[in-house]
Design a protein around this ligand. Structure first.
Ligand SMILES: [Zn+2]
Length: 269
């Protein structure tokens, strides 16, 4: 087995980091807007909350940071992070997302039937259970790589109008790739939900620790099972066009403390 120079360098740097007792992680970008992430220095590694919900606390270079997902619906203003010993504040700035009009030919996917609504509600509660997890036993993994090769065909946060009817903003980003192209884990994680959902089609949700959950939709094939622990870059399945789609692509969502946030903020160059 040969070792690339880059891989060897990573191993040496990791070893040096462990030796120094400082393992540096690439924190997500600080962008305190609706749909963004606030990276707020805190004094100690203690449980922090935002709007009453636990938030991630990560260590980088010997310092601690609360990493807060800001919902797309949050209004600009000043918000609090509470810890047992202190209250910290951060401000959320406004951000304008663009509007996109889409035509869906399957009208049932825009205005579902009564029996579809029962299924949609059941699936939504299954996904909500995954999105509201806060698991501190899963090793935290925040340094993401792109889960599929291809251009971004629809960015995060777009305000969407399906067949002239306003719907929820785009809560992930779409990567255009042909049916069958591999989808890989952006970082290590645990499979916490999987199924064939009405809107999202074949779907996998990964838990990366401390409320950081990622989701892969419209898959043609799923290679993993509920409870599996996957490594970064491990194949989760393949790109497809199951669920509400206009063509094959990967819809990739990243959720932090149950707020869908821009996946780009977690990508390491
Ligand atoms: Zn999408």
């Amino acid at each position: 087995m040969s070792l690339s120079a880059g891989r060897l360098l990573t191993i040496l740097l990791t070893a040096a980091g462990l030796f120094l007792g400082e393992y540096c992680i690439a924190l997500p970008q600080n962008l305190a807007v609706p749909g963004g992430v606030a990276v707020v220095p805190v004094k100690a590694d203690e449980q922090a909350t935002y709007n009453g919900h636990p938030v991630m606390v990560a260590k980088d270079n010997g310092a601690f940071f609360a990493i807060v997902g800001i919902p797309l619906s949050e209004k600009p203003g000043t918000y609090e992070i509470k810890t047992p010993s202190q209250v910290y504040t951060f401000s959320v700035q406004a951000k304008d997302y663009e509007t996109q009009r889409l035509t869906i030919t399957n009208k049932r996917q825009v205005n579902p039937l009564e029996k579809d609504l029962t299924r949609i509600r059941r699936e939504r509660s299954e996904m909500d259970r995954a999105f509201t997890r806060f698991d501190t036993a899963i090793p935290l993994a925040v340094d993401f790589s792109l889960p599929a090769a291809g251009p971004v065909s629809s960015p995060f946060g777009l305000r969407r109008i399906f067949n002239d009817q306003p719907r929820n903003p785009h809560s992930g980003l779409d990567i255009a790739a042909p049916e069958g192209a591999p989808i890989t884990a952006p970082a290590a994680g645990k499979v916490v939900a999987t199924g064939n959902y009405f809107f999202n089609g074949n779907t996998v949700l990964l838990d990366h620790g401390q409320g950081l959950i990622s989701m892969y939709c419209h898959m043609s094939r799923i290679n993993v099972n509920l409870g599996d622990v996957v490594a970064g870059n491990e194949v989760l399945g393949a790109v497809g066009q199951t669920g509400r789609v206009t063509g094959p692509h990967l819809h990739w969502s990243v959720s932090l403390n149950n707020a869908r946030v821009d996946p780009n903020l977690f990508l390491v160059e």
